[in-house]
Design a protein. Sequence first.
Length: 77
Amino acid sequence: MPCGRKKSALDDTGKAILRALAEFTEPAGCKQIAEKAGLDVRKVTGKLRSLLKQGYVERPVKGKYVITEKGRQAIAG
């Protein structure tokens, strides 16, 4: 088993975050996303970092996130 293997951002938690973000009409903070997704805010904060790096979300305003087209495609269907 390789050491340092990266976890995929799109596990159930990642998908829940993307689904929650898709419902917002404006950029949302970690606490708002966590409440809508029914997740712990610390888990959301950590997962958003990997979603951001992989291009599923963007941060147009410091501390606020929006879903990208790539993120929308990932949760479609």
